[in-house]
Design a protein around this ligand. Structure first.
Ligand code: ATP
Ligand code: MG
Length: 272
């Protein structure tokens, strides 16, 4: 049998002291978190960032997911390791400045790192990036409540977090742990988004609720925090992902985009 390939060509970053100072010129830093995987954190992050850009704001998007990075795939853009790692420039994605490990370790160059290396990598990429003047910087977190999340919440100067869940009570009960983590680390829970809510059956036009409904609103009510709204299951969104554009840019009139614009508006109003 063939011997397996070496685990990774990825090199760890040089040690970064914690915590990271708030970069001058960034007005709001907002984390998008969930204890649960696959509920749409990256989708929500990309579309909130793009919605803010459409509204004329200067926006950054930091993909803090070292192993499951998605933002380099969600936008049709390329940048070089030279540009991101040596010149410290984020990629320009339709008016959103994006820094993602996906630009550094593309394709199947899997990063197989232990906890301290993960934390250090997140701090390094965040801290070294020339974000410039930003109205909003959105931070897309990996799922769970361990090293990576602790690093972002404790060592990066976020103002608060948005919690994402699907309408399914099981998903919400796991998503809730992200919310509790924010609260226990004394960060503001800005609000809850329920993604993959009712869709529409293409054949009969009836509402489809494969994951039920209401768990996001219930979660917000349980903790007395804002409910920013629902995002429907959306074929347009799926199509937009295939063409590497946030749905708010590709299909701005779609129901999913309208939801993202409303959620972004609610988020904006919740900030000081
Ligand atoms: N409203 C939606 N309608 C249709 N598909 C969606 C919707 N939201 C997300 N998806 C799809 O569901 C999948 C998971 O979404 P996404 O990657 O944003 O979740 P995530 O929470 O960031 O996952 P992870 O925990 O792995 O980081 C993706 O394929 C995405 O395109
Ligand atoms: Mg993700």
């Amino acid at each position: 049998m063939d011997t397996p390939p070496p685990q990774s060509e990825a090199k760890p970053f040089a040690p970064v002291p914690a915590p990271i100072q708030r970069p001058d010129g960034i007005k709001h830093i907002i984390a998008v978190i969930s204890g649960k995987g696959g509920v749409g954190k990256s989708t929500v992050s990309a579309n909130i960032a793009a919605s803010f850009a459409i509204l004329g704001n200067t926006v950054g998007l930091f993909d803090a997911d070292l192993t499951g990075h998605s933002q380099s795939m969600l936008f049709d853009t390329h940048t070089s390791i030279e540009s991101m790692l040596k010149k410290h420039e984020p990629a320009d994605c339709c008016g959103v400045k994006v820094a993602s490990f996906g630009f550094l370790y593309p394709d199947a160059k899997t990063v197989i790192w232990r906890g301290p290396m993960i934390s250090n990598g997140i701090k390094a990429l965040f801290g070294q990036t020339n974000w410039g003047e930003l109205d909003y910087l959105i931070v897309d977190l990996p799922p769970g409540t361990s090293d990576a999340q602790l690093t972002v919440i404790r060592d990066i100067p976020i103002d608060g977090g948005i919690v994402v869940t699907t309408p399914d009570p099981l998903a919400a009960s796991v998503a809730e742990r992200g919310l509790v983590m924010l609260s226990e680390l004394n960060k503001k829970i800005l609000g809850v988004v329920e993604n993959m809510s009712a869709g529409v059956c293409q054949a009969c036009g009836d509402a489809l609720r494969p994951f039920g409904s209401g768990a996001g609103k219930k979660l917000a009510e349980k903790y007395g925090v804002a409910f920013f709204g629902t995002v429907p299951l959306s074929l347009e969104l799926h199509d937009a992902v295939e063409s590497r554009k946030p749905v708010v840019l590709k299909y701005p009139d779609s129901p999913a985009s309208k939801s993202f614009f409303q959620i972004t508006d609610a988020l904006k109003k919740s900030l000081p």
